[in-house]
Design a protein around this ligand. Structure first.
Ligand code: NAD
Length: 541
């Protein structure tokens, strides 16, 4: 089956149908129509997969696909044209140029967290470059995957763009085929599987991976603005964003106040009960839900009970009711509850400072001491915080049936806590107290290079030091996620967070081979200057 799809794509590419600029422009126009005509269907699919609010799907996915398609469509003529290059004087008269040619048949493997954006945005770049494309969406977002598989043949050239649905088995089959480029977005573990498979055919890869993106904050910033932006960057899509701030490193003069202000921002965004908010999403599946629960302070979440068929039915009903309740809230919010939201925000300021019940219970003083031994000079131990995960400033509530984890802020987290050992990829924000910018940079540089780093400081020297002394896929001053939103900025990781980049011209080049072409007239044959036999005069040329 997979082989049939691949062979069909190979024939389509070799027929030359994908090369004309007119075909590419028509496909990109169709891709724009695909996302704009089907906004509601995509919003419902993302709601069913991830509990994602419709506005988030439209703003952070559909609009970005449409604007990328338009951006590359309007420039591909220039990018695909011949670019003349000067030739060495010894070869004169001669002319050289470069020309971007399509790589051929490319494979795009996409993840579940932004299941439309991360499938269709690289597709826009691959279409602009004139490739035949096989797209493999994530099986973990089945509603979006199905919708894409239905719509793509209705809008795009079905001979040259195919969607193969499925999980690891189908992806494994695809990886046996000799593609001309593989573009993978997801975790590093599967990234290595992809790269190993690609190595068999010497196929080039782009790997868009993840990691723990740090966020440094010092006292020079406006703490309210910093708190709001960090809360937005972190809790959008319930924290399941590859470039979300994973953890905060804050200086002692600002750390606790920042934690409390982030809690206030959470209430402003999602109300007193984020579970009832139509704007706050859910965790993708049970495996990720259980993984995240283990990152909270010990005792916060009761252990999972072995589930009987009856409990499983009850839990499915619970999830359905949760979804219906939140949809009802969308309607209620649409009728205007701005006053309530503002009131909730103000009221939460006091609540925010109170540790949630159940936190700090499992005192792990010895662990905390051990952590101090690991990072003695960089991370401050906060008095009165006993659990390595930190003290819960807000959140900590979960609902297994609904796969809901409240937006949670942890303060005084230790570097050896489980929450600091893996990419969180969920709505839990640990705040670590760090002496100063230099300590924060040392802390970051001891770890894998992140996909993004964020710096909230108005001190120019501090900003420059981060820019020069840390390496990350992107760096944002006072702005998490912002670099996602422009086709003019390449997007990609470095080291463990990825190989290669895409979007705009960078994306066009990722899916192109830039071929060098040279030509020299046969007469007169001035190349005889460099032919043997050599003599002293030629050696001095
Ligand atoms: P996922 O589980 O959806 O997997 C990604 C793709 O790999 C899917 O299409 C899946 O079918 C395929 N896959 C899974 N197991 C496989 C296997 N054994 N063999 C072959 N293919 C397999 O997504 P995920 O890995 O859970 O995604 C989360 C990670 O992705 C996080 O680390 C996140 O930071 C990262 N991410 C990065 C970006 C980026 O742009 N750099 C964007 C989103 C997510």
């Amino acid at each position: 089956m997979v082989n049939v799809e691949f062979t069909r794509l190979r024939h389509a590419y070799e027929s030359g149908r994908t090369r004309p600029l007119a075909w590419r422009r028509a496909q990109l126009d169709a891709l724009r129509r695909l996302v704009t005509d089907n906004r509601d269907a995509f919003a419902s699919a993302a709601m069913a997969d991830l509990g994602k609010p419709a506005a988030e799907t439209i703003l952070m996915e559909l609009n970005l696909v449409a604007s990328e398609a338009k951006f590359v469509r309007n420039r591909l003529g220039l990018w695909a044209a011949r670019h003349p290059k000067a030739m060495h004087w010894m070869l004169q008269p001669a002319v050289g140029w470069t020309i971007a040619e399509p790589k051929g048949v490319v494979l795009i493997i996409s993840p579940w967290n932004y299941s439309v954006l991360l499938a269709l945005e690289p597709m826009a770049d691959a279409l602009a470059a004139g490739n035949a494309i096989c797209l493999k969406p994530s099986e973990l977002s089945p509603n979006t995957s199905r919708l894409i598989a239905e719509l793509v043949p209705q809008y795009l050239d079905p001979e040259a763009v195919r969607v193969v649905e499925g999980g690891p088995k189908e992806t494994g089959e695809l990886l046996k085929c000799q593609f001309n480029h593989i573009f993978y977005t997801g975790g590093g573990h599967v990234g290595k599987i992809v790269m190993r498979a690609a190595a068999k055919h010497l196929t080039p890869v782009t790997l868009e991976l993840g990691g723990k993106s740090p966020c440094f904050v010092d006292h020079t910033v406006d703490i309210n603005v910093a708190a709001r932006r960090i809360a937005w960057g972190k809790f959008t899509n319930a924290g399941q964003t590859c470039v979300a701030p994973d953890y905060v490193l804050a200086t002692p003069d600002v750390a606790e106040a920042l934690a409390e202000r982030i809690a206030v921002s959470i209430t402003e965004f999602y109300g007193e009960d984020p579970k009832a908010s139509p704007d706050f999403g859910r965790i993708i599946n049970d495996r990720h839900f259980e993984r995240l629960c283990k990152l909270l302070p010990v005792g916060t979440v009761p252990p999972e009970e072995p589930s009987s068929p009856l409990v499983q039915v009850a839990s499915a009903v619970g999830a359905a009711m949760d979804m219906v309740g939140r949809r009802f809230n969308v309607v209620a919010a649409g009728r205007g509850s701005a006053g309530e939201t503002a009131g909730g925000g103000a009221g939460s300021a006091n609540n925010a400072a109170k540790p949630a019940a159940g936190s700090n219970t499992a005192a792990a003083d010895s662990d905390a001491t051990a952590s101090a031994a690991v990072e003695p000079s960089e991370i401050h131990k906060v008095p009165g915080v006993f659990d390595p995960a930190g003290r819960i400033i807000c959140g900590g509530k979960v609902d297994r049936a609904a796969r809901y984890i409240a937006p949670t802020v942890l303060y005084g987290t230790s570097p050896d806590a489980p929450v600091m050992k893996e990419e969180i990829f969920g709505p839990i924000l640990p705040i670590l107290v760090v002496e100063d910018a230099e300590s924060a940079i040392r802390f970051i540089n001891k770890r894998s290079r992140p996909l993004a780093a964020y710096v909230f400081s108005r001190d120019h020297e501090v900003r420059l030091t981060f820019e020069r002394q840390t390496s990350s896929g992107a760096l944002g001053y006072s702005l998490p996620l912002g670099h996602l939103l422009s086709s003019r900025l390449p997007f990609g990781g470095v080291g463990d967070s990825g190989i290669g980049a895409y979007r705009g011209k960078e994306g066009f080049l990722t899916f192109s081979h830039v071929k060098t072409v040279v030509t020299k007239p046969q007469f007169p044959d001035t190349l005889r200057l460099v032919y043997p036999p050599f003599n002293e005069a030629k050696a001095k040329l």
